[in-house]
Design a protein around this ligand. Structure first.
Ligand code: OOB
Length: 576
């Protein structure tokens, strides 16, 4: 078993340059996690081969008109691995994966793992600005995207990406996904110069070994929720991620009979691994993919495929609860519904079992690592009122006051954590690392929590300035930067506002420069900057000036708090 730290070539370097080590866990911690049996030197490539050998004919992935067995998924992963390597990619190279919930997503990531290539996950909602940022930060040499999805043409984005980032030498296009509701085929298929992913499936993957990696290697780069500025890249190793899959599958009771529905975008850490599609495949179950999270498409799949478990964000759960009774669909196969990504109110939590006939499981996690679950056999009190307890006995939890001292038991404070699957550093980002990690390796989650006497966490809110819009995280700073580059914007402050349906929505306060722009124009303009739609401010309020202290030294944080309070006060007054 290797003891070498995970390595990854720096973002700026071509793959031929020697990789530089990124020390994720100090040796003594790594030794402890191995001795405890958490890290077993398993790799994604190898375990898929094991499953495919043990039960080749069992269904693994279902989506659109595709139904793949474990043997078929394994064959496709091998073919893609061979195809990627034949094209000139080398183990350790990063590959941007920008696909919706289609079976190709799973074949691509399994193919990349098998070849020792490193997926970098982007959400379908991301646009050129985010994709370019991920390409640059990761040093990606390839981009794999859908032809089109939900009316968006990803081939045009691919062209733009290659024009801006010459290092992205390879593009493969999956699809077209014409059978997807709301999807169109590529706008100009004839002008699309890119090779099809489907051509790679014809490659002979039989000579590719089951895995080119060690357990301690970085398996992929996940993206952070981006609480300050742009999203950061999160390096996860085979050892640490597979540990969470094994334990998540156990805690969530997954086995060969599990049928998991991927309703949320499976590129996100929650439906990917908590327990998600990877946890399901790890347990030998089957994964059903819905290209759209809307309740009608999902209910039809639940009925047809006898889905037993799925993961939802709170606003989506609310839609399920509202529409299930009149849907006419048989949802009786559902056993558990995992809900996370944003705070679930107790009122809504209480409705899950009576309406859907399934056990609610709250999930409080983060792409950086730590995941908490309520357990399936917990008393209702804990399931409804808390966000669960950590996966691992080796997850270390600190709850600190503003001065960095541990709070009294049961009091509210800042959550810090370290453990066998929580990263010690972001990829290639010293300034973010200095802010986000303590010297002894704890990650500052930015969440404000309290711990119950049973050791369960209740999330009270966020310390930082980000907006949690239906589980999608938006950095106030990132959107302010976009707004500030508009010629008619003198200053901007973006805040979160409580929202009955979304949990939080975003409101941009703008001091205009000269003529006041029309809110619709401002929204159109910011969308045209090439950012995900969910980041466009929901509400725009013009003000003449920001109130500031006499010394003009008010912090952005205090300013945002003040503006938020003003807005809420006005809304309260208007409601009376
Ligand atoms: C999940 O991951 P991220 O990285 O998109 O966002 C993490 C943040 C947490 O720090 C917290 O602020 C918030 O999302 N959050 C919750 C929550 N689950 C996540 N806030 C309140 N209640 C919850 N249940 O969102 C994520 C990753 C893995 C599993 C589940 C969620």
């Amino acid at each position: 078993m290797t003891t070498a730290p995970p390595t990854l070539a720096p973002a700026g370097g071509a793959s031929a340059e020697p990789p530089h080590p990124i020390q994720i866990w100090p040796d003594d911690f790594a030794a402890r996690y191995r001795a405890a049996g958490h890290w077993r030197n398993e790799t994604f490539g190898a375990w898929l081969r094991e499953r495919a050998t043990a039960h080749p004919d069992r269904p693994a992935v279902i989506g659109g008109d595709q139904r793949w067995t474990y043997a078929e998924l394994d064959r496709r992963a091998g073919a893609l691995a061979a195809g990627f390597l034949d094209a000139g990619l080398q183990p350790g190279d990063r590959v941007l994966v920008h696909l919706p919930n289609v079976p190709d997503f799973i074949a691509v990531v399994m193919g990349l793992f098998r070849a020792g290539l490193i997926p970098v996950y982007a959400l379908p909602a991301h646009r050129i600005t985010e994709i370019e940022h991920f390409a640059q930060g990761s040093g990606a040499r390839a981009y794999v995207a859908a032809a089109a999805h939900a009316g968006f043409d990803y081939t045009a984005l691919a062209r733009e990406l290659q024009a801006r980032q010459a290092r992205v030498e390879h593009v493969w296009i999956a699809g077209p996904t014409a059978s997807t509701p709301g999807a169109t085929t590529a706008a100009e298929p004839a002008a699309d110069p890119f090779p099809r992913l489907s051509a790679l499936y014809a490659a002979d993957g039989s000579a590719v070994p089951a895995s080119a990696s060690q357990g301690s290697d970085v398996a992929f780069l996940q993206i952070s929720g981006g609480s300050t500025g742009l999203s950061k890249l999160i390096p996860r190793t085979h050892d640490d991620y597979i540990y969470t899959l094994r334990e998540s599958a156990r805690i969530c009771g997954l086995d060969a009979d599990t049928v998991f529905l991927g309703a949320l975008p499976i590129a996100h850490n929650f439906p990917m691994s908590s327990p998600g599609f990877l946890g399901t495949l790890y347990a030998g179950g089957r994964v059903v993919l819905s290209p759209s999270p809307d309740p009608e498409s999902c209910f039809a799949l639940v009925e047809r495929e006898r889905v037993t478990v799925t993961s939802l964000v709170p606003p989506l759960l609310l839609q399920w609860l509202d529409r299930a009774p009149a849907s006419g669909r048989d949802l009786g196969s559902l056993r558990a519904i995992q809900v996370g990504g944003a705070k679930l109110s107790a009122e809504i939590a209480r409705r899950v079992r009576p309406t859907l006939g399934a056990t609610l499981q709250q999930v409080f996690g983060m792409a950086e690592g730590l995941v908490n679950y309520t357990r399936l056999d917990d008393p209702d009190e804990l399931i409804i009122h808390t966000q669960g307890r950590p996966i691992s006995p080796d997850d270390e939890i600190l709850i600190l006051d503003d001065e960095g001292r541990p709070v009294e038991p049961g009091q509210t404070g800042h959550l810090l954590t370290r453990g066998p699957y929580t990263i010690r550093a972001y990829h290639d980002n010293p300034s973010a690392n200095a802010r986000a990690f303590t010297e002894d390796g704890y990650y500052r989650t930015g969440d404000v929590v309290r711990m119950t006497p049973e050791g369960y966490l209740e999330v009270q809110g966020r310390a930082g300035d980000h907006i949690n819009r239906a589980g999608e995280k938006i950095s106030a700073e990132e959107i302010e930067d976009h707004l500030l580059s508009h010629p008619q914007v003198f200053d901007a402050a973006v805040v979160s506002v409580p929202d009955e349906y979304l949990g939080e929505r975003s409101c941009a306060f703008i001091i205009p420069k000269g003529d006041r722009p029309r809110p619709a124009d401002l929204k159109r303009w910011i969308r045209a900057r090439g950012i995900a739609d969910f980041k466009v401010p929901d509400q725009i309020v013009f003000v003449d000036a920001f109130a500031s202290t006499a010394a003009m030294k008010i912090s952005r944080k205090a300013l945002r708090a003040q503006l938020r309070a003003q807005l809420l006060e006005q809304e309260r007054a208007a409601a009376q």
